[in-house]
Every structure is written in C-alpha cells, then in structure tokens.
Ligand binder design. Structure first.
Ligand code: PAF
Length: 279
C-alpha cells in the first residue's frame, strides 16, 4: 500500500492504475477508522479495482467550538487497517492541502439547510469544498459515503449533479455495533454511562419507525413516540429530531414508509451524535 502525501503523488498512482485499465474508487475519511469505514472500503473495492482512502481531518468543516484539535488521529493504526483491507493508496495530505490564501468555497444552498446545517453553520460548506478537492485530486470513478451522514450524502449528491463532477456516488448502509449504536469515530469519547444513554437514540428511532410501519401516518405522532423515549433518558440532550423527506430533507408531509426518514442529533455528555432511520 502506498502512502501519498501530496496531490501529484496521488495523481501519479491513480494515473498508473488507470493506464493498467483499473477503475478508481475513493473513500474519503477523517481517519480514526472503524468497521463502518471499512465497510465503505469493501463497497469501493467491489466496484473499483484500485481503491484510495483519504485521511484528512478537514479544519474547514469544524466550528470554532468544535473538536478539531482533539479529534482522534490514530494514523498508524488507520494505515494498518487500510492495508489489511486491501486499500491501494492512503492519501493523507498535510494542512497545505489548502493553499495558505485559499479563497474558493463550494456552497450547496438547499439540502444543506436545516438539520445539522442549522446547528453547525459553515459545516457543509467545509465538507462540500474538501470533498470536491478530494474528488478532483483522486479523479475517482466511484466515491463511497455512509448513509449515517444523511445530510452530507445529500449535499454531495447535489454537488456532483450541479457541478457535473464525473464520479458515481455510492451509499453504504449505516454500520452499527451489536448494541445498535451507529458506529462513529466520536463514540470513543463516550464514557460507559454516556454510551448507555446513547443507546436510547437507535431505540427511539426504532420505536417510532415501528409505529409508522404499523400504519401511523401522522408525523407528529411518530415523532412524539421517538421524543418520549429520548426525553426519558436524562443522559441525553436532544438537539433536533425530525421526520424528513428522503430526497429533499424537508419536513415530510406524512410518515410514509419508503419516503420519510427520521433524523436525530443529540448530545451524550459533550459528545454530539447523529443517527437516522428510514421508516
Ligand atoms: O464524513 C467524513 O468523514 C467527512 O465529512 C468527509 C466526507 C471525509 C469530509 O471531510
């Protein structure tokens, strides 16, 4: 496995793979890899003979009071996991991935509104900008993103469509631990008590979804079922809970299985967790 630190190094490796007739798959990450990331790698490898994993803790998507400085960076371990999973290149640029006087941003203005976009101003501008840079750097045929970051995925799909980026976006299902908690690099911040509280998040989503599957179509009632479970857990502080249309991410007019998605963000202690569940 090659470790590329600069765009020219990455491009040389990708062009050589292309010359050998290989399709290129990209899995953008911020490192601190877990089984969820590795399932994205598996999906990329099932569609492309040459796989690049980028590891870059992107400063522009963190707010001033967020965890950029303390975001875990177990780089050696990440590289070991990538090599064991058959990754061809780890692309790990330094801070100079952005020019010191970089002045160009990519801003999606519809699906980035509301949900996380409302509570993390500038976050999706940072995500969209770095993802376009990574797609340009790798010239990938396919790029894989997790369904857990529902709004991120929607922003990236729009970006690719609106700017004619020649890449196919693949969506990987949310990977969960055996207790149901959606895998996240930030789960390692959780104390045992906070983790126990966090488990109420998937349980609340499941309770609400089963109400809808049983025939309840009123969004208010479906949301109330989830909200009651979340409110009963004193270790959680809810940031948002919404039932949204899967395509537009606007509030869903009905709790329609196959169309509507429950999306939640909540704090367990100081750790912000997100999750979602399609009805
Ligand atoms: O999902 C993430 O890990 C990040 O938002 C991404 C897509 C790698 C961009 O920094």
């Amino acid at each position: 496995m090659l470790l590329a630190r600069t765009v020219p190094e990455l491009r040389a490796a990708v062009e050589a793979a292309r010359a050998a007739g290989k399709a290129v798959g990209l899995v953008p990450t911020m490192g601190c890899l877990h089984e969820g990331h590795l399932s994205l790698v598996d999906l990329a490898r099932s569609r492309a003979a040459f796989t690049v994993v980028s590891i870059f803790v992107n400063p522009t998507q963190f707010g001033p009071k967020e965890d950029f400085a303390r975001y875990p960076r177990p780089f050696e371990e990440d590289c070991r996991l990538c090599a064991a999973r058959g990754v061809d290149v780890v692309f790990a640029p330094g801070a100079d991935f952005y020019a010191a006087d970089a002045s160009t941003w990519v801003e999606e203005t519809a699906v980035s509104q509301g949900l996380c976009g409302e509570h993390r101003p500038g976050h999706f501008r940072g995500v969209a900008t770095v993802v376009l840079k990574l797609l340009n750097a790798a010239r990938a045929d396919v790029a894989v993103f997790g369904r857990k970051d529902l709004q991120q995925l929607a922003v990236i799909r729009r970006l690719v469509r609106d700017l004619d980026v020649p890449v196919e976006i693949l969506e990987a299902p949310t990977a969960r631990d055996s207790d149901g908690l959606a895998m996240s690099s930030r789960n390692r911040y959780l104390s045992p008590a906070e983790r126990a509280a966090a488990l109420v998040i998937p349980a609340a989503l499941a309770a609400a979804a089963s109400l809808a599957r049983a025939g309840e179509r009123d969004p208010a009632k479906v949301l109330a079922a989830a909200r009651a479970r979340l409110a009963a857990e004193p270790g959680l502080r809810l940031q948002y809970l919404e039932l949204v249309d899967a395509d537009t991410l606007r509030p869903a007019p009905a709790a329609e299985p196959g169309r509507a998605v429950l999306a939640v963000a909540a704090f367990a202690g100081a750790t912000r967790l997100i999750d979602n569940l399609a009805l």
